[in-house]
Design a protein around this ligand. Structure first.
Ligand code: HEM
Length: 96
């Protein structure tokens, strides 16, 4: 029997979308990280959300094509600190 891909084990498109639906608003509300999303329009945030879903699906072995920019280019100049990164990881690892 063929081993299931990470994409399948994460619950496919719906599972990954549910993770992003839950994660992004928590990042935006966070007192330390909220600044990254301040003063951005709703459509920009919606576009970023879709790109994050596509990126995660495609990195996990799903069939979708990621059409966004690479991580280095898209986050360059944002001044994300080590401390921002640890806060991000706590949110990402928080149980649902
Ligand atoms: C502290 C950590 C992070 C912060 C503060 C952050 C913040 C942001 C912000 C503000 C944007 C919007 C950029 C724009 O529209 O110009 C963005 C884009 C994006 N981020 Fe992050 N991010 C973080 C970590 C991550 C991680 C770990 C991933 C992947 C697992 C990720 C994936 C993406 C993707 C796919 C985009 C869209 C790229 C594009 O516009 O082409 N980010 N991020």
């Amino acid at each position: 029997m063929k081993a299931k891909s990470l994409y399948e084990r994460l619950g496919g498109y719906d599972g990954i979308t549910a993770f992003v639906d839950d994660l992004l608003p928590r990042l935006q509300r966070d007192s330390q990280l909220g600044r990254f999303w301040q003063n951005r329009g709703d459509d920009g945030i919606a576009r970023e959300k879709q790109l994050l879903i596509d990126f995660l699906c495609s990195s996990a072995g799903g069939p979708m094509y990621y059409s966004g920019r690479d991580m280095k280019t898209s986050h360059k100049g944002m001044k994300i600190t080590e401390s921002d990164w640890s806060v991000f990881l706590e949110h990402a690892a928080a149980p649902p």
